[in-house]
Write a protein that binds this ligand. Structure first.
Ligand code: NAD
Length: 458
């Protein structure tokens, strides 16, 4: 797409915002209903697109993308009126009589840049929040999930008001061009490297950013846990979408004495979920492209593979694989895996897990499986992570009352539900004073008596 076309599109959205129609509550609700309608009416097309891009099974694609979004939209529609209301706060005695409140107002025209692994959810969930908050938005889906990006470009303009929302298709050149434009907020989902590029470009316009990044998510499995349920939940959260999930466990820490029973339980769950030959299962996904297939295959070189390990370049298939105790300086231990390879690290005492986790950048998600509440408290108080899942994987994502975002290297800012509405709003401070009781203490000429009185009041 030509730079002039991109600049023109953004200019058109800014004009729409300035005209004020996105501020109207009913107009926002109409757009949210339309977005829901798009997902319902075009469900078949989107499911086929996700199958083509990532080999996603129908159930997985529906629950983690379409169903997730429909429920997010319903939640926003239900609560929108309350979220937009003035939020009253107390007013101190020395500014009485008066009222104080926060008035949410839309930021303006925002940019949403998505990643390829949940190509629908990662573009549309921020859009739900942006619409709810009354903004115009430019969507930039990832070029790697080709089919889904095409469908978004086709249907967003058909279902939503095209003067307020548009999709810019393309790759690095188009994103680079977009980043030259002035936006009122940028929400970026993707890797750390591009996150820095986005933040750098945003700085030129003093544009605030929300960065939804990734990293290595640790998972501690204490031997007191319910082994059967924990293995099922770890296998589900790790091998969903062939491990291409930002909050999937990257490495598991277990006590050496617990290793064999833990691996046996995982193996059992895998064969229950995906049958003996995983490549034949319609429920198991594929790696997004040849570049990522090759990156992941290299991780397996010279490693102690204790489960799986088969790869098939023609179909970008990598079997669910477990690597035991890779060296700290190996690429698989240095980089975020973002694929179906699970690392297991063994320790003598499970409390050593805290030290291992704290030696690495703060993760997006941390998981703990245990029945020991004292250890649970220790992990919560001695580690940091964007989100913590205790005794389950990723389910915190399904609660719209919880914010989703990283900390440190895993990102900044958060969204989902009301937190998304707040991300795309400015909470404007308002104080309204009465004309009565205009006490002269603050006015010149100053004197010792006035100062003494003020010191007592403040
Ligand atoms: P990606 O390659 O799809 O890139 C993301 C976006 O950045 C795309 O829209 C792309 O067009 C754009 N982009 C790429 N290179 C660019 C450049 N040089 N300049 C400007 N824009 C550019 O996705 P990715 O980076 O491979 O995503 C994987 C990462 O995203 C992983 O680290 C994963 O953990 C993280 N992730 C995080 C979340 C979350 O919600 N926190 C969700 C999914 C993925």
């Amino acid at each position: 797409m030509q730079p002039a076309v991109i600049a023109h599109q953004v200019h058109q959205l800014r004009t729409t915002f300035a005209q004020g129609k996105t501020r109207d509550l009913n107009w926002r609700l109409t757009q949210l209903h339309q977005l829901k309608l798009m997902l319902i009416e075009q469900e078949g097309e989107f499911l086929a697109g996700l199958k083509s891009d990532l080999g996603k099974s129908e159930q997985e694609a529906w629950t983690s993308e379409i169903g997730f979004l429909v429920s997010d939209i319903k939640h926003s529609i239900k609560h929108l009126k309350t979220w937009t209301k003035a939020r009253k706060v107390a007013t101190p005695l020395f500014v009485q009589p008066g009222k104080s409140y926060l008035l949410p107002e839309p930021l303006g025209t925002v940019l949403i840049i998505g990643a390829w692994n949940y190509p629908l959810q990662l573009v549309l969930a921020p859009l739900v929040a942006a619409i709810a908050a009354g903004n115009c938005a430019v969507l930039k889906p990832s070029e790697l999930s080709v089919k889904t990006a095409e469908l978004l470009a086709q249907y967003i303009s058909q279902y939503l008001d095209p003067t307020a929302y548009c999709v810019i298709s393309g790759a690095v050149a188009e994103t680079t061009e977009l980043l030259k434009q002035r936006f009122d907020h940028i929400l970026y989902t993707g890797g750390e490297g591009v996150g820095k590029i986005v933040m750098h470009a945003a700085a030129d316009h003093l544009t605030p950013v929300t960065l939804e990044l990734g990293g290595k998510c640790p998972c501690i499995v204490d031997s007191t846990t319910d082994l059967n349920v924990s293995a099922a939940r770890i296998a589900w959260s790790k091998w969903m979408n062939a491990g291409q999930t930002c909050v999937a466990p990257d490495y598991v820490i277990v006590e050496q004495a617990f290793l064999n029973s833990f691996v046996a339980a995982l193996k059992h769950k895998l064969s229950e979920f995906y049958q003996a030959d995983v490549s034949q299962s319609v429920d198991y996904g594929r790696i997004v492209n040849a570049r990522h297939f090759s990156r992941l295959s290299h991780y397996l070189e010279e490693q102690d593979i204790i489960l799986g390990g088969k790869t098939e370049a023609e179909s970008n298939y990598i079997e669910p694989t477990i690597v035991l105790n890779p060296s700290a300086d190996s690429p698989v231990m240095q980089e975020e895996i973002f694929g179906p390879i699970l690392i297991i690290l063994t320790v003598e005492n499970i409390k050593q897990a805290i030290e291992i986790i704290n030696s690495k950048p703060k993760p997006l998600a941390l998981y703990l499986y245990t029945k020991n509440s004292e250890f649970e408290q220790q992990v919560l108080s001695q580690t940091s992570a964007g989100s913590v899942g205790i005794n389950d994987g990723m389910m915190f994502m399904a609660n719209p009352n919880l914010p989703f975002g990283g900390v440190g290297n895993s990102g900044m800012g958060a969204y989902h539900g009301k937190f998304g509405f707040d991300t795309f709003s400015h909470l404007k401070t308002v104080m309204k004073r009465s004309f009565m009781f205009d006490v002269a203490l603050r006015y010149p000429p100053f004197n010792a008596a006035k100062l003494k009185m003020l010191k007592r009041l403040l």
